[in-house]
Design a protein around this ligand. Structure first.
Ligand SMILES: [Zn+2]
Length: 338
């Protein structure tokens, strides 16, 4: 009798554990797999089309691209952030032109948001710049890789989280999807956000920044199954460990840390939008495919994108975000700001 009772207890415990396991947030595979090469391709051909006129900061073409992004968020029922009037964070011309002697018009960061179910006040940012260099001598610079690739990746990641939420697996922490402007003119949009944050910097758990993930560089002529990981360990060992663990578990890319060396002469760590978060103490990881012959050329076109690689790298960003948004304790900053 006693023995049977113990056994019964044991079985009850196991089955309740199994039930919990079935509804927990551990496995992102199903949602990760909604980020596909085909969907990214369809969207990138729009974002990097001549109609967007190279998306120069404040230009008509950039605003068109912004409208397209917003239309997609609305279609997927992903709202603008809590506390914001709409999907725009206006970045005034006076701000854009304060650092360099340029004559840029008013522009906007674009943002969308999924509220966390358990710790809504803690916010993860997933960022990519949606501006590029515009039109030069009558030629449209479409910036398919830079950073059309990151732009469509952020949108697709947001939709994967929204689908998870719809099916009862929404993120525990809130996620801000942030398309920043003015990157090509000096990381202005991300700096503006960091100085005018919608959610307190202290509550911002991390930034995952995506800038150029659709191509390969000469160092990887034989394979596109890699990505450069920059900055993850600069502020938080957790962020580095999560990046490595999620990749080992789900995406199996060759993570290349070459450009993470603080002595690397390219200084990519300081050259994209994550830096404006990192310099304010927010752990940031930057995913990047390296430069190539079409970098900042009119030939950075969507037909040169390797969509399988773009999908895989976007999936990596998604599974990193999944862990950061769902883990019980937020990641720890254990290193000083560099
Ligand atoms: Zn870029």
């Amino acid at each position: 009798m006693k023995k049977a009772l113990v056994l019964l207890l044991f079985i009850t415990t196991i089955s309740s554990f199994a039930q919990k396991k079935a509804v927990n947030n551990d496995d992102p595979t199903k949602f990760m797999n909604t980020i596909t090469a085909d969907k990214l391709k369809t969207r990138l051909y729009i974002v990097a089309s001549d109609e967007m006129e190279g998306r120069d900061t404040g230009s008509k073409g950039q605003k068109k691209a912004g409208n397209y992004l917003i239309s997609q968020y609305k279609k997927s029922k992903i709202s603008s952030p809590k506390g914001a009037t709409n999907y725009y964070q206006p970045v005034p011309a006076a701000y854009l032109n304060a650092k360099r002697n340029e004559n840029l018009p008013d522009s906007e960061n674009i943002w969308a948001y999924i509220e966390g179910s358990e710790k809504p006040e803690e916010v993860l940012i997933i960022s990519a710049h949606y501006d590029h260099v515009g039109v030069k001598n009558g030629e449209v610079y479409n910036g398919a890789d830079d950073d059309g690739s990151g732009t469509v990746a952020v949108l697709q990641i947001a939709e994967a989280f929204q689908k998870a939420k719809k099916e009862g697996h929404g993120p525990k922490r809130s996620i801000l999807f942030l398309h920043v402007t003015g990157e090509e003119h000096g990381l202005h949009g991300s700096r503006f956000y960091s100085e005018n944050p919608l959610f307190p910097i202290a509550n911002t758990v991390a930034d995952i920044n995506i800038d150029m993930i659709g191509r390969r560089d000469v160092e990887h002529a034989d394979t596109n199954n890699y990505v450069y990981v920059i900055g993850a360990d600069r502020l938080s060992s957790d962020l580095h460990n999560i990046t490595v663990a999620q990749n080992n578990k789900y995406t199996h890319l060759d993570l290349d840390f070459k450009f993470n060396d603080p002595k690397d002469p390219n200084h990519f760590y300081e050259r994209s939008d994550h830096y404006n978060f990192a310099k304010n103490g927010i752990p940031a990881v930057f995913l990047f495919n390296g430069v190539h012959a079409d970098y900042h050329q009119k030939s950075d076109e969507p037909d040169k994108i390797e969509y399988d690689a773009l999908a895989k790298r976007a999936q990596l960003a998604f599974v990193i975000a999944w862990d950061l948004a769902n883990r019980s304790e937020r990641i720890i900053v254990d290193k000083a700001i560099q």
